[in-house]
Every structure is written in structure tokens, then in C-alpha cells.
Ligand binder design. Structure first.
Ligand SMILES: Nc1ncnc2c1ncn2[C@@H]1O[C@H](COP(=O)(O)OP(=O)(O)OP(=O)(O)O)[C@@H](O)[C@H]1O
Ligand SMILES: [Mg+2]
Length: 112
């Protein structure tokens, strides 16, 4: 199992959600977050002296998947989120140790 965490531009959430749906990935947790990447939250046109990072509004999507859904989910996120501009987002993937469904007590790939 894998845990996919994607941080994307908020306005791309509808497109990412649709692309995930088309890839049969329908379970997710979405949060509003703030963050910055390598531009430290400033645009290329920024001319002032940077003394601290500038945190911008982003959307964070968490998706736990069985291994065979990892690549389709990643492809869907990229399809929905990519504009080609800086700040398009990032996807992090980690091994997921366990998943337990509270209602049934099922665990592992059955629970996802
Ligand atoms: N190394 C990181 N650790 C944690 N969060 C990150 C990291 N890199 C990016 N993020 C999160 O992802 C968001 C989007 O990152 P962003 O797309 O700007 O990455 P980037 O490395 O600056 O690439 P680009 O040059 O294309 O903008 C950031 O605002 C931040 O919330
Ligand atoms: Mg950036």
C-alpha cells in the first residue's frame, strides 16, 4: 500500500478530482493548507529583498491506495494539475504500513 500526498494549486482541484474519478480513485482527504516551494512563495517578477518565505494557499490531497493504483493516481493528479507554470505542485509517495476500516475491523488492502 502507498500513501500519496499531493500539494496542488487550489483552482486545479476540480480537474484533479475529475481525473482521479476517471482513474477509479474515489477515496481521498482534501485540506486547505499553506506552503511554498523553491520560489519561497514569490513570483519571478518579485524585485524586493526576500527575508522570509511567503506561504501561499494550496490544496493538499491524501490518497491511500493499493500498489496497482499508485501510478494511475499519480498520472491523474498530473493530468489535472499541470499547467506548465511554476507552482503546479508536488506529489509525495510513501509506503503505507497499515490501514484499518473502523466499521468492520478489516485491515490492509481489503480495508483501503
Ligand atoms: N520539499 C517540499 N517539502 C514540503 N512541501 C513541499 C516541498 N516542495 C513543495 N512543497 C509543497 O508543494 C507546493 C507546491 O510546490 P511547487 O510546485 O511550487 O514546487 P517547486 O519545487 O517550487 O516547483 P516549481 O519550480 O515548478 O514551482 C508548495 O507550496 C509546498 O506547499
Ligand atoms: Mg514553486
Amino acid at each position: 500500500m502507498k500513501l500519496i500526498v499531493a500539494v496542488i494549486q487550489p483552482e486545479k482541484l476540480p480537474d484533479v478530482k475529475q481525473a482521479l474519478f476517471e482513474a477509479n480513485v474515489t477515496k481521498m482527504t482534501v485540506s486547505n493548507v499553506i506552503g511554498c516551494g523553491q520560489q519561497m512563495g514569490y513570483t519571478e517578477s518579485y524585485r524586493g529583498a526576500i527575508t522570509e518565505v511567503n506561504l501561499r494557499k494550496k490544496v493538499r490531497i491524501e490518497i491511500a491506495v493499493n500498489d496497482n493504483f499508485m501510478q494511475p493516481a499519480i498520472d491523474a493528479i498530473i493530468k489535472g494539475a499541470r499547467s506548465g507554470n511554476i507552482g503546479d505542485g508536488k506529489i509525495f509517495v510513501t509506503e503505507l504500513y497499515e490501514c484499518i476500516k473502523v466499521r468492520t475491523g478489516e485491515s490492509g488492502s481489503m480495508a483501503i
